[in-house]
Structures are given as C-alpha cells and as structure tokens.
Design a protein. Structure first.
Length: 135
C-alpha cells in the first residue's frame, strides 16, 4: 500500500462514531470508518444492545441466522462505502486480525499489513484499505 498519513481513533463504543466523524470533518479532515459487524443492529435495524457472541462456535450460527433473517444486510453494508463507512461483514476486527481487542494490537497489525494479509478472511480488509488509499 502507498504511504499515507493516517490517524487511528479508538471509538470506545459504537455510538461515538458519528460524533467523531462530525468533529474531524468539521476541521476539514477526510474520515473513513471501519466498524465491527454489530454496528448493523442499531444502524440498519434499530436493534439496541444486540451483540453476536465472541465464542466462534456460536458466533457463526448466530451470524448465519441473522443474515438469513436480514437478507439485505450485506447490500446495506456495501451501500455505506459511498459514505466512507466500512462495516466488517463477518464480525469484529479482532476476528479478522486474530489479535486482542486493543488499539495497540490494531496498530501492530497495520504495521505488518504487507505480510499479514495473505489469509482469506483478511481479503475484505485488504479491499477496504485499497478503497481508502485510492481516494
């Protein structure tokens, strides 16, 4: 990926994304958000407080059930790309990166992007980063 000056902000809660976006856009910065899948519950379906279990055995079953019940979900996620909002289609960032839930882990992952993106689950992150870097 080409070199870019990028600032990463830890949101500390799903509900703060819009406030941070408004703040940074208000000072003239271009903002891109990469959000965990559980964002869709409130953003698209007004379901408050729902979260898929982090246990991988039950997560996949719950995820599949949700997608079956909401067949428009993936299309709605992709429509958000026009707003520079990228909601991960398969779970949370830690699932993709196989790291712990912390800003430091995300930064370390980003620093190793060239070697870390060979696995299939990470193709979505590679695509998101390409879209951001091309903009």
């Amino acid at each position: 990926f080409p070199s870019h000056d990028i600032c990463i902000v830890e949101l500390l809660g799903r509900d703060s994304e819009e406030s941070w976006r408004d703040f940074f856009e208000g000072v003239g910065l271009r903002v891109y958000s990469i959000l965990d899948f559980d964002t869709v519950f409130k953003k698209f379906y007004s379901i408050k407080g729902k979260k898929l279990r982090s246990n991988m055995n039950t997560f996949q079953e719950e995820y599949d059930d949700f997608i079956r019940e909401h067949p428009d979900c993936i299309e709605r996620i992709e429509n958000e790309y026009l707003n520079n909002i990228y909601i991960l289609k398969k779970g949370d960032l830690e699932f993709y990166t196989k790291t712990e839930k912390s800003l430091e882990s995300v930064i370390k992952f980003c620093e190793s992007l060239n070697t870390a993106l060979d696995e299939e689950p990470l193709n979505e992150i590679r695509d998101i980063l390409r879209r951001i870097c091309q903009d």
